[in-house]
Design a protein around this ligand. Sequence first.
Ligand SMILES: NC(=O)c1ccc[n+]([C@@H]2O[C@H](COP(=O)([O-])OP(=O)(O)OC[C@H]3O[C@@H](n4cnc5c(N)ncnc54)[C@H](OP(=O)(O)O)[C@@H]3O)[C@@H](O)[C@H]2O)c1
Length: 230
Amino acid sequence: MIDQQIKTALVTGGNRGIGLAIVQGLAKLGHKVLLGSRRLSAGREAASTIAGDVIPVELDLSDRLTLKSQVHAILEEYPKIDALVNNAGILEYGSLLEIDEEQFDKSTRVNFEAPFDLIRLLTPDMIQRGYGRIVNLSSGWGSFNEGLTGPSAYAVSKAALNALTLTLSQSLPQSVKVNSICPGWVRTDMGGAGASRSPEKGAETAIWLATLPDDGPSGGFFRDKRLIGW
Ligand SMILES: NC(=O)c1ccc[n+]([C@@H]2O[C@H](COP(=O)([O-])OP(=O)(O)OC[C@H]3O[C@@H](n4cnc5c(N)ncnc54)[C@H](OP(=O)(O)O)[C@@H]3O)[C@@H](O)[C@H]2O)c1
């Protein structure tokens, strides 16, 4: 069951792909959605295609200081953020021995460190207000249980994101929930045209986790609303 109260959600990488479908789905449920994108023009364009209360905000995950100042600017206008969906991600190819340091660092930065930065910036207020939902877009390619089969930098950064989810859940109060999700193989720029799922299908579980009721789970890794192994 979805909590029907109107909440404010921030979705990173909301301008296209699964992020856009998450924004659409949350707006359709009546929530206010801050659509994060590193290029505000792309965010504005995406937001203009969606019915509902969708506000484009600039959010570039590549650099910690820039990200912090952008979050502070967002919080000045929207101080109460109830749900954070860490959706933005990048996929770099190459084995650990082949990939250059820059690609590896970039993957770690966008897929792991930036979600952690956002969590640290937004969670204290969630704890204080007694409500929060954090959703980390991970991948089966970052699952030990499924063999860490993704391209190396991607697999390592998503496994680290999963570790962050589980570790964080152990120190958060029940009222602030954090979960990881694998959206499946989704038809986006990242997933490619041959992928089996639509962005809307890929967004379903993330939307569910962003709107969990008070007795919903925390510290889990989900696909199709079912727990999967780390
Ligand atoms: N597609 C799949 O099959 C699949 C499978 C498993 C997991 N996932 C995960 O699901 C999430 C969404 O994937 P997707 O398929 O929708 O990817 P996508 O189509 O490639 O979209 C990626 C989004 O992330 C944003 N982004 C990338 N780097 C950024 C940065 N430095 N700062 C801010 N935003 C940045 C992009 O913004 P720009 O438009 O500015 O580039 C874009 O909005 C990712 O975390 C991905 O790892 C996807």
